[in-house]
Ligand binder design. Structure first.
Ligand code: SF4
Length: 316
């Protein structure tokens, strides 16, 4: 690990200001992803800003019936919260499908949204990777790409977003709250938060330099049956090959977001109109324009079958 300096921030605005004042600074909260990346020298920050003391660890009701989740709420606490379990069960189900109990005890809401891809070539510093080192190439294109994206990818990067929580947040229409280094706050709909790779796969989110996530808000509950199904190579502690999060209403309408297929949680609202016609109709619209690799075309079938299982489970 490379040497770095360290500070404890005392306010969100101060943390954001510090992040642009010091060159190569990074925020740290749970550290469940960042510390691994630092040990492998994939991330080499010169300065860490510890945001754990910022009192952003509460889940509060909003006047419109929604909830405001502080950026530092741990994944375990979020999954166990009675309001989340009752009204946003999709989020609880997605959270408990991710990582391990120990990691969920440390991992935060904001950190989960910001976790980096698990593309194996990204983690091997002997391999070209445009995300790790812009302009170096992409070892996954033409390499082993079974886990990679089938839609929304580019000639620069075919990585997937690994977060289960983000898939649920996308279906729930969450909104990310931030503060910028100049102290100005803003809100970013989750649909716009994660980016597709394009020719800048190292830029993964809509955050500006130094911008700090302070909370995630959920709109008022929409009811329905919430189902999250994650298909992976082993039963626990593995990332999704494909995951499907769905909210299904009694009349068969609803919402669907998919993980493991793109650089961001994948949701196509127009495809949801096809839900009463079944999984094949939804999958055709959801994955329209997909470009799988020779290794991962099975994901197209897997999405349709997982969707079928989810819709059947929702119907009971
Ligand atoms: Fe890097 Fe993306 Fe290519 Fe993986 S798919 S090697 S993360 S550029």
């Amino acid at each position: 690990m490379k040497p770095f300096t360290y500070e404890r921030a005392t306010s969100p605005a101060e943390a954001a200001a510090s992040a642009v004042r010091v060159v190569d600074a990074k925020f740290i909260a749970g550290g469940t992803n960042l510390l691994d990346l630092m040990k492998l020298q994939i991330e080499t920050p010169k300065h860490l800003i510890d945001v754990n003391g910022l009192s952003l660890d509460r889940i509060e009701p909003l006047s419109d019936g929604g909830l405001r989740i502080g950026a530092l709420v741990r994944n375990t606490d979020l999954a166990a919260d009675q309001r989340i379990r009752r009204d946003y069960a999709l989020l609880t189900r997605a959270l408990v499908a991710g990582a391990s109990g120990q990691l969920r005890n440390k991992a935060t809401t904001a950190g989960n949204l910001l976790q980096r891809t698990r593309c194996p070539y990204f983690y091997d510093i002997n391999q070209p990777c445009n995300k790790r080192q812009p302009g170096s190439g992409c070892a996954a294109i033409g390499g082993v790409s079974r886990q990679h994206a089938v839609i929304g990818s580019s000639d620069a990067c075919i990585a997937t977003n690994p977060s289960d929580m983000a898939v649920a947040m996308r279906a729930l229409d969450a909104v990310v709250e931030t503060v910028r280094p100049d102290g100005v706050t803003r809100v970013i709909p989750i649909a716009d938060f994660h980016r597709l790779p394009g020719d800048t796969p190292h830029q993964e989110t809509a955050l500006a330099p130094g911008e700090l996530i302070t909370a995630v808000t959920l709109p008022k509950p929409v009811g329905g049956t919430h189902v999250y199904r994650k298909v992976r190579d082993r039963a626990s502690y593995a990332f999704a090959l494909v995951s499907v999060g769905a909210i299904v209403q009694k009349d068969g309408s609803g919402r669907i977001a998919v993980g493991g297929v793109a650089h961001k949680p994948w949701r196509v609202e127009a495809a949801e109109a096809a839900m009463p016609r079944g999984p094949k109709a939804v999958a055709e619209r959801l994955l329209s324009g997909a470009k799988p690799t020779k290794d991962n075309s099975f994901k197209l079938t897997l999405v349709e079958r997982t969707l079928g299982a989810v819709l059947a489970e929702a119907k009971g």
